[in-house]
Ligand binder design. Structure first.
Ligand code: C2E
Ligand code: MG
Ligand code: MG
Ligand code: MG
Length: 285
């Protein structure tokens, strides 16, 4: 009986694996046409400055709507795009969209904000990254000052010597650089003192139970203190409650991003949000 169960669960497992890789193959192939078929769009998640309750920026997040399969999560398709190499083109498209959008917002007299984009490992480690992205921003007619580049620790540490030079060059050009999902990487922290990183984005896994979990409290407190000692700012990701904000404020965390302040918004919604926050009528506590 046990033997039979074992065999059944193996068969089930094998079948699941096959379905999983079939879907991966299909998605991977479909990604090739997603750009030309206009299936991508960006959403913008506002970021709040806790010291003066103003909007400081937004993170641009990629969305893929497939005509047959519907919305596909970036958590699923970004790794596939990384594997098949399409992420380089997609990443450049994201930056171009963001830069053009910023230009448009400026011409509409909307408040100037920093927009963060996510750069994956393959894109970050390509030749001439700095020239390529500088050119995209320049062509759109906006300043690198308003663009933030998010890298994960894994990306930054893949080849620390090269990464350090790239980060410094980006910073020289005027771009802001932040470390995404900070604390989850398998990391040595010595790069933090050497690289021109401006901001640490504290991963949402530490924020989730921060009101009750003393281990998470200790980790977040240590990250904020270390960041400040190194003259960097912090932003907490995945903030969903007022209680979490109270704790973060107490510890001196400067900024938050999360559903409490706003979910990621499509362009029109985001513009309305920007206008409303500019008139200072947003949730203030
Ligand atoms: P990330 O860069 O760490 O982005 C934050 C993720 O947390 C987003 O998920 C966002 O929607 C979600 N989030 C924000 N606030 C909350 C909250 O209060 N609670 C919870 N539970 N979640 C919250 P999303 O949009 O599904 O993106 C997932 C990941 O996909 C991103 O993580 C990023 O690593 C990757 N990604 C998204 N867009 C791009 C892109 O344009 N390029 C690259 N290379 N990666 C991207
Ligand atoms: Mg990010
Ligand atoms: Mg993150
Ligand atoms: Mg993430």
């Amino acid at each position: 009986r046990a033997k039979q169960d074992g065999r059944n669960s193996f068969r089930f497992f094998a079948q699941e694996m096959q379905e999983h890789s079939l879907r991966s193959l299909q998605l991977s192939a479909a990604l090739k046409d997603a750009l030309i078929n206009d299936q991508f769009h960006l959403v913008y998640q506002p970021q709040l400055n806790l010291t003066d309750n103003t909007i400081v920026g937004a993170e641009a997040l990629l969305r893929w709507d497939h005509p047959e399969w519907g919305a596909i999560s970036p958590a699923e398709f970004i790794p596939l795009a990384e594997q098949n190499g399409l992420i380089v083109k997609i990443g450049e498209w994201v930056l171009q969209q963001v830069a053009r959008q910023q230009k448009q917002w400026l011409s509409k007299d909307l408040p100037e904000i920093i927009v963060a984009i996510n750069i994956s490992a393959l894109q970050f480690h390509q030749q001439n990254l700095v020239e390529r992205i500088s050119k995209i921003v320049e062509e759109a007619g906006v300043s690198p000052d308003n663009i933030e580049i998010e890298l994960t620790e894994a990306v930054a540490l893949k080849d620390p010597e090269v990464a350090g030079k790239t980060i410094d060059a980006l910073s020289q050009q005027g771009f802001k650089v932040s470390i995404d999902d900070f604390g989850t990487g398998y990391s040595s922290m010595s790069y933090l003192k050497r690289f021109a990183v401006h901001k640490l984005k504290i991963d949402q896994s530490f924020i989730k139970d921060i009101v009750t979990d003393i281990d998470d409290q200790a980790i977040v407190t240590a990250i904020i203190q270390m960041a400040h000692s190194l003259h960097k700012t912090t932003i907490a990701e995945g903030v969903e409650t007022q209680e979490q904000i109270e704790f973060l404020k107490l510890k001196g965390c400067e900024e938050i991003q999360g559903y409490w302040y706003s979910r990621p918004l499509v362009t029109e919604q985001f513009e309305a949000f920007l206008l409303a926050s500019n008139s200072k009528t947003t949730k203030i506590n």
